[in-house]
Design a protein around this ligand. Structure first.
Ligand code: DX5
Ligand code: ZN
Length: 217
């Protein structure tokens, strides 16, 4: 059996308290820490940039998984390497040269991720599998936490078959709950991003709720 990793998205954390929030989710069993970077252009929301991500770095003891919802990507790759990203994920929809982008991410010393919006087919990554460490299948249209899960299980199964025995993770992002997680895992996913599903009902003063939420997923 594949080991399933839970990657809480700090998009649902207290924005005035990122350091403590990251420490709390890691103490409560997070496997990766998912960092959602939005530019108000590729997606209709804005979060934070490389300077903030660099400030998160010393708090992350596990894996800092940075999901770029920005266009263009290439001018910022070095800044996220310098910020200490372990995994840097770009959207296939963010520009015409995703192949070059993935090469550049690995060239800067990071693991390369490629994300697919719900409307994008699995075929979009068919020629990228040897350049990719993580395929992120969006199960919401990116931009906001707390949206309703869109069923992408057929796409996940198709990707798992395409990947074969390559060491590529399939990460699911959006609407992951105790109800939807088993569906995507059965289809072949092994990294589950969860924002509202982990942070709901908890706080840095009540971190045990994060642990309960993580174990429920
Ligand atoms: C969506 C982001 C997600 C988001 C997931 O734009 O990429 O990482 O925070 O949030 P939930 O788990 O609440 O759907
Ligand atoms: Zn994300």
């Amino acid at each position: 059996d594949r080991a399933i990793k839970i990657a809480p998205s700090i998009l649902s954390a207290d924005f005035a308290n990122f350091g403590q929030e990251i420490q709390a989710i890691e103490a409560q069993g997070a496997d990766w820490v998912h960092v959602d970077v939005m530019d108000g252009h590729f997606v209709p929301n804005l979060t934070f940039g490389p300077q903030a991500v660099k400030a998160f770095r010393p708090h992350v003891k596990t894996v800092m998984d940075v999901h770029l919802m920005i266009a263009p990507v290439d001018p910022y790759i070095d800044a996220y390497a310098d910020a200490g990203a372990d995994v840097l994920t770009a959207h296939v929809e963010a520009g015409p040269h995703i192949h070059r982008t993935l090469q550049a991410i690995r060239g800067a010393g990071m693991k390369a991720g490629v994300a697919l919006n719900p409307g994008t087919s699995a075929d979009a990554v068919a020629h990228l599998l040897d350049l990719t460490d993580v395929i992120c299948v969006m199960t919401v249209n990116p931009g906001f936490g707390g949206q309703k899960f869109i069923d992408m299980t057929a796409k996940i199964a198709e990707l798992r078959a395409m990947i074969g025995d390559r060491p590529v993770h399939i990460e699911i992002d959006g609407g992951v709950t105790p109800e939807t997680a088993p569906l995507v895992v059965a289809a072949g996913a092994d990294v589950l991003v969860a924002g509202s599903g982990v942070f709901k009902g908890g706080s840095v003063a009540k971190p045990e709720v994060y642990g309960e939420n993580i174990r429920a997923i």
